[in-house]
Design a protein around this ligand. Structure first.
Ligand SMILES: Cc1cc2nc3c(=O)[nH]c(=O)nc-3n(C[C@H](O)[C@H](O)[C@H](O)COP(=O)(O)OP(=O)(O)OC[C@H]3O[C@@H](n4cnc5c(N)ncnc54)[C@H](O)[C@@H]3O)c2cc1C
Length: 386
């Protein structure tokens, strides 16, 4: 046994912590979980917020994967007394435990000097605000950022009939998600849906008059009823500023999720999982990966560590997905930016394709577009279907 803690405080009620609890209960954990979240709507699933939710009319659904036996305290964590494993709350005092798990995810990055009224998307409340603006009659939107969330928003708002313009400093949509691959294809998906792109340009200013918004890029004024900022997310670690933890870019932690202090020592019984964590690889480097599946794996792996055995959850290759412009896009593995991209399957009638990235004899990475069966065989190392 690693010495399973009997009282565990978890900050953040979302997929990473849900999986930690569920897997712990499956493994016979008999202690107590105390879960804190500042969002009154938590727990809910974020991926639908940029997709089905904006097309629908219903409320934000409570996540069906949350273990109902565990209640959530609605409070904001404002500090951590690391040595005493005590979480300080904005109300209701403090919570002391044998172990503290930090699962606070990430929050939207806002542009410098962004005027009030520019929307963004990370929470249920953000999604409700975007949907309310569209329901109130917005006819056009400028989306700043062509990453996965900006692209998904462009797809959904175009589907709702808005004139959508996407602006990004990067030359290609989803440059990070695809590691620079498939830029022409992703741009074409936008254009086919009527989305106008301004790529490789910086936003010079954002202003608003009584009528509408103006976003100035490269001397051109783009006018719209809505401006949505989708320029990325940063780990929610501000509340840990005085904790002594290493929070350079997310909470640095080892392969089990044990958090490091800024002096390089491991903090006793403090763990980080999900989007907020920055994991150490075998070569000593740290990386932070925002992905629903990866967050779940972190939770499961920590439950297994608490139960006393070496988890294999994190040995799996990274997996990410996005849905946009009528396409289900899946990525398996780490896409090498310089790796050769080879299309190994295509079905034009379904806009489907499977791409291998990197040499075929060295455990390649894969990108699937509307090709789930081919993608899953390829990522399992099986021969491809014809
Ligand atoms: C619009 C949108 C679409 C997405 N689509 C996809 C997709 O298609 N595919 C995919 O793989 N991933 C997608 N993601 C990313 C995915 O949702 C995240 O990777 C995942 O939710 C991370 O889970 P988590 O448990 O680490 O943290 P989060 O889901 O970020 O939850 C963190 C929780 O911590 C709480 N919290 C934060 N700070 C405090 C504090 N100080 N005190 C108390 N509580 C606090 C927050 O309120 C929140 O409930 C999407 C994300 C968004 C926003």
């Amino acid at each position: 046994m690693n010495g399973s803690p009997s009282r565990v405080a978890i900050v953040g009620a979302s997929v990473a912590s849900a999986m930690l609890i569920e897997r712990s209960l499956e493994l016979g954990f008999s202690g107590e979980f105390v879960v804190i979240d500042s969002d009154p709507n938590a727990p809910y699933d974020r991926p639908p917020l940029s997709k089905q939710f904006l097309l629908g009319t219903g409320p934000v659904e409570r996540a069906d994967w949350w273990p109902e036996s565990v209640t959530i305290i609605n409070a904001k964590a404002i500090g951590l007394v690391t040595a005493q494993r005590t979480v300080l709350l904005d109300r209701l005092g403090e919570i002391q435990a044998d172990a503290v798990v930090i699962a606070t995810g990430a929050g939207s990055i806002r542009l410098p000097n962004e005027p009030a009224g520019v929307l963004s998307l990370r929470t249920a409340e953000d999604a409700l605000a975007i949907r309310a603006a569209v329901d109130a009659g917005a006819k056009s939107a400028v989306i700043i950022g062509a990453g996965t969330i900006g692209s998904e928003l462009a797809s959904t708002l175009a589907q709702r009939g808005l004139r959508v313009t996407v602006v990004d400093l990067a030359q290609k949509p989803m440059q990070r998600f695809f590691s620079g691959h498939l830029g022409e294809e992703a741009t074409a998906w936008m254009h086919q849906a009527g989305v106008v792109t301004h790529l490789g340009v910086a936003v010079e200013s954002i202003s608003r008059n009584a009528e509408n918004w103006t976003v100035r890029v490269s001397g051109e004024d783009l006018q719209a009823d809505l401006v949505i900022s989708a320029v990325g997310a940063r780990p929610n670690t501000e509340w840990l500023s005085y904790s002594g933890l290493d929070i350079a870019n997310g909470i640095r932690c080892n392969a089990h999720g044990k958090a490091f202090l800024a002096n390089g020592d491991v903090a006793e019984e403090i763990y980080a999982i999900g989007d907020v964590s920055s994991r150490q690889a075998e070569d000593g480097s740290f990386s932070r990966f925002e992905s629903w599946t990866q967050a779940q794996r972190h939770g499961a792996a920590l439950a297994e560590y608490f139960a006393g055995f070496e988890s294999t959850e994190l040995e799996q290759a990274p997996y990410g997905w996005t849905e946009q412009f009528g396409r289900m896009i899946q990525v398996h593995g780490t896409l090498p930016p310089q790796g050769e991209l080879v299309q190994v399957y295509a079905a034009d009638d379904r806009n489907a394709a499977l791409y291998r990235v990197g040499p075929s004899d060295e455990d390649p990475a894969w990108i699937g577009v509307n090709a789930p069966r081919h993608f899953s065989r390829a990522s399992m190392g099986l021969s491809l279907l014809s």
